[in-house]
Design a protein around this ligand. Sequence first.
Ligand code: CMP
Length: 360
Amino acid sequence: MFQISEVLRKVPFFQTLGKDGIDFIVERLKFKPFEANALICKAGDPGDKMYIIINGEVKVVVTSEGGDENLIAKLTTGDYFGEMALLTGEPRSASVITTEGAEMFILNQSDFDVIIERFPSITLSMGKIMSQRLRETLKKAAAKPSSGGITTVRGNLQERKLVDVLKFCDNNSLNGKVVVKSGSEVGEFHYEKGELKMVKLGDLPEDRALDTMLNWPEGEFVIEPRPMQMEGLQEKAAAKPKEKFVIVIVNNSMIVQKLLQRAFDSMGYEVYAVETAAKAKNMVKSMNPHLVIADTKLPDAAGSAFISELRESSALPVVMLTETSNRSQYEAETSQYQNVHFTNSHEVGEVVKVVEGVLS
Ligand code: CMP
């Protein structure tokens, strides 16, 4: 008979939680045995559960267009799987099949969400493992190029919102670009490993280009992946400057998050992005960052309300994303708080300038 706590001690993300955290999770785990060769997750299906292996072994596989099974990984006691669909809302990235009889703990999406809300640090350790897994999967895929070559995906903006297309590229670690056409205008989003690197639309600055394209009511898009170049990636990662400051970005717009994240990331900052005030407050508690960059329009705390909530527990500097047109309004609304700074626009260069000024 297994000891629950012994199994959980082997699960990396539990190790960061205290006894309370583990007890909280243990109450929500459901036990389930599986026979050998049981298909637990099927690639492409929606996913609402994650699994922790108590004993036994599973294989993680993707099936090529020709029907060949491509082994990605084998997982065993203390490993977990199925977290990607829960974290990203995307379909299962691979199929998971038992190679022998196995016993598992299962966590439902609703319990998972509660746990993430209560212990946001889990998202970070899981996120790191998730990106390693994605990289690994891409590496394997790159080592065995499919005979069909690279497939493009196309569609129109009435059926799929551009923001969802970009989210898809993000979640699937796209290397390549998304070309968007509306009437005679053509714009491009360039991605590297799921990170938005450049936005192009004529001569417009990136944020204007983004706003414009996100507001196109109709048009077409094509996702054009390019082959992953594995060589050089490791050197690039190794060449990255040593991380110095930790920044939390709280912004409702995934695109703004990405643009800022990309800029600060490339400058060697450690950057975390969330979309609500509640998540930002949790993140501040768990990460103890040097600075927060906050939008004025958060879904759960508009404008200065976020600053007043944050100031109940933290005095750290906040840069509010304001524009010349609304800056003085927010300056007045937050005048009783120390260490609140403002931008004159949402342009990445302006935000970087203000943040660097505050942290220098
Ligand atoms: P999900 O996408 O929800 O469903 C399939 C699961 O397989 C996925 O979550 C991960 O937990 C797991 N998985 C995918 N790729 C890898 C990998 N490279 N290494 C280990 N596990 C993986």
